[in-house]
Write a protein that binds this ligand. Structure first.
Ligand code: GUN
Length: 301
């Protein structure tokens, strides 16, 4: 059987953050502005609050100017857009992240598209989506979770992914589609699978690189994994864990880890796989934006 390896996303994420810190110090020493990250959250979704707090904390740790705008759940859409426009015009801010999901009365697409493409560190603006889709990776902001997943794949297999079969399970705009575009840009043969895909197990078994991003606990079974495949599990699902005691929960991914691990040559755990990469790449994107604003070359990760 192929060598089995658990991919340490926490360690790779820490490497990325260490490089961001170093380059931030260089940027500031050369007279550039501190990278500025603004995170906007509307409402009180507890999971979103936790994510946002950790983003703000990491930004400070990187030496960034970090601001958080917490708006009431019933804030009118126009007010959210007005805030984004103020941030677009603020020279101390290089990255703007509007935490999703937004409350139901707000048109998320309008808010997301109101972020300046130059400050769009989430990579959700049509300009950046289009650049990624046309292979203009040198000037695009790439969404953080797929960008981080790509770094993990490169760490596991090396940078040359040419000709490999990649299957991405999930077609979201945040993960599935940009992930597929990144793999395509890396010369993989890419298939995007989704809820209507026929015989998903058979398709998954063709994958040298299998990315699961569906948000369904342990949906991808161990025997769907081709021996020697690289498995990237983007899912973070909280499920009941009665074995830990009454009312206890635990986190699992979209992949049945223990069984998949037997077949995979490399696999990300949950937690500790893709999760820490998402936040690290947000820091990387913010540094990239600040570097470009200062007229410096674009750092690569
Ligand atoms: N909510 C869950 N994931 C994300 C993300 O990557 N960006 C934003 N803005 N919101 C999210």
């Amino acid at each position: 059987m192929a060598e089995q390896k658990i991919i340490d996303g926490k360690a790779v994420g820490e490497d990325v953050v260490a490089r961001v810190k170093e380059l931030t110090a260089e940027l500031v020493a050369a007279g550039g502005a501190k990278p500025g990250l603004a995170v906007v959250i509307v409402g009180e979704d507890p999971a979103s609050q936790v994510y946002v707090a950790s983003k703000s904390k990491k930004a400070k740790e990187c030496g960034f100017h970090s601001v958080q705008h917490t708006l009431a759940a019933d804030t009118p859409e126009d007010d959210v857009v007005a805030l984004v426009e103020r941030l677009n015009a603020d020279p101390a801010i290089h990255g703007i992240l509007v935490q999703l999901p937004l409350p139901g009365h707000i048109d998320s697409a309008r808010v997301v598209q109101s972020v300046s493409p130059k400050k769009d560190v989430d990579g959700f603006h049509f300009i950046n989506v289009g650049k990624l889709g046309t292979g203009e990776l040198e000037t695009a902001f790439v969404p953080c979770t797929p960008a981080g997943s790509m770094l993990l794949i490169e760490r596991a297999r090396g940078k040359d992914l040419s000709g490999l079969n990649a299957v991405v399970v999930g077609r979201s705009n945040i993960v599935g589609k940009p992930m597929a575009n990144l793999l395509l840009a890396a010369n993989c043969t890419v298939t995007i699978a989704h809820s209507r895909t026929r015989d998903l197990p058979a398709l998954a078994r063709t994958a040298d690189i299998l990315v699961a991003a569906v948000g369904r606990p342990e949906m991808v079974k161990g025997d769907w994994v081709k021996p020697g495949a690289t498995v990237i599990d983007v899912g973070i699902n909280r499920i009941d864990a009665p074995e830990k005691g009454e009312g206890k929960t635990r986190l699992v991914g979209d992949v049945e880890f223990a069984e998949a691990h037997k077949n995979a040559s490399a696999i990300t755990p949950v937690p500790g796989g893709v999760g820490p990469m998402t936040i690290a790449m947000l820091m990387a994107n913010t540094l990239i934006s600040a570097s470009l604003a200062a007229g410096r070359p674009r750092p690569s990760f």
